[in-house]
Ligand binder design. Structure first.
Ligand code: MN
Length: 326
């Protein structure tokens, strides 16, 4: 099934004159890496084709991966093949023009509650969308060209989405794909320095915020970042959202949540977990994602506390069944 879809995607790529690649809003390392990686592979493999990236936003912390090239014109769309990577729903795509494309392809590893596209290749168990792009490349290696710059972008996405190869979904396919990329002589020291260093002000902020972590009755760890706090600390939304990782190593806290007040009145919720799955919970609060890493949105403090309460109940139920998990 997946092989057949990949063959169809490869045929569509080979037939297209114009290819446009898009990803989700507020892109993470995987969204940037997978789109930039495929973009560079296709540019190197098919110099005669017009290949573009087209997105309305980008991520500061992956800017070191390099230039995304010029945007296509609106007139390019009706004849174009558009490939959307790492994006579960149409609404999350950082490019509203995708719907006027001649052909739309979805390549993704999020839970597929909202299918879209003329062709859709979704593997929910994959550790990253970048891993899918690399395995796609390896399947057609006789017809495609890898470059060092493409490999760097793809490796960055694999590393970040798998939590440096720690999260669920990391398996022998992941390592095979990573091993293939390492043949391209990636500068690993530079890559990790760019991905994982924090400014000193962020380190100090994290130290202060760590003291503010709260835990619910059954151990759900949570943090609240108000709009006011973001402003006094001079934090971007992206920086504020990263506080979720401060809670990822607390014994007994199998679920952890960060609430980040947006500029409007909505509140972004980042849900993370180990062993117990939180995707269905996120789904009840305008969200979704992966089994153990999801996002949601709530619109009041009250709704946020309802979500927290549901998470607490979920963890209580899970603990009854699985007291052995730490
Ligand atoms: Mn991803």
């Amino acid at each position: 099934m997946n092989e057949q879809i990949q063959d169809q995607i490869m045929a569509a790529i080979e037939a297209a004159k114009t290819i446009i690649i898009s990803r989700h809003k507020r892109p993470d390392g995987d969204a940037v890496g997978s789109t930039l990686g495929l973009f560079r592979i296709l540019k190197a493999s098919f110099p005669e084709k017009r290949v573009f990236l087209d997105n309305e936003d980008y991520a500061e912390y992956t800017a070191f991966l390099g230039d995304e090239g010029p945007h296509p014109a609106l007139e390019d769309y009706p004849d174009a093949l558009v490939i959307v990577i790492d994006t579960g729903t149409l609404e999350r795509i950082s490019n509203p023009r995708v719907t006027i494309a001649k052909t739309l392809i979805k390549i993704d590893h999020h839970i597929d509650n909202h299918p879209f596209g003329d062709l859709s290749w979704v593997e929910e168990e994959r550790s990253s969308a970048c891993e899918m792009i690399v395995s796609f490349f390896m399947r057609y290696e006789d017809r495609l060209k890898m470059t060092k710059e493409a490999a760097e972008a793809l490796y960055a996405g694999m590393v970040t989405d798998s939590g440096r190869f720690r999260y669920r979904g990391t398996n022998s396919d992941t390592m095979t794909a990573a091993a293939r990329l390492l043949k391209e002589d990636i500068d690993m020291e530079r890559l990790y320095a760019n991905l994982y260093m924090d400014d000193f002000r962020i380190v100090l902020f994290n130290a202060r915020l760590t003291e503010k972590i709260q835990r619910s009755d059954h151990g759900v760890a949570w943090l609240w970042v108000s709009k006011e706090l973001r402003e006094t600390e001079g934090l971007s939304l992206e920086e504020a959202s990263n506080v979720v990782s401060l809670m990822d190593s607390i014994r007994g806290s199998l679920i952890w949540l960060a609430f980040i007040e947006n500029d409007d009145d909505s509140i972004r919720v980042r849900l993370r977990s180990r062993f117990v799955e939180v995707e269905a919970l996120a789904g009840r609060y305008h969200g979704g994602g992966h089994a153990c890493a999801s996002g949601a949105t709530v619109y009041s403090r009250k709704e946020a506390m309802a979500l927290l309460n549901d998470a607490d109940q979920l963890l209580a139920d899970f603990r009854k069944e699985h007291p052995e998990y730490l």
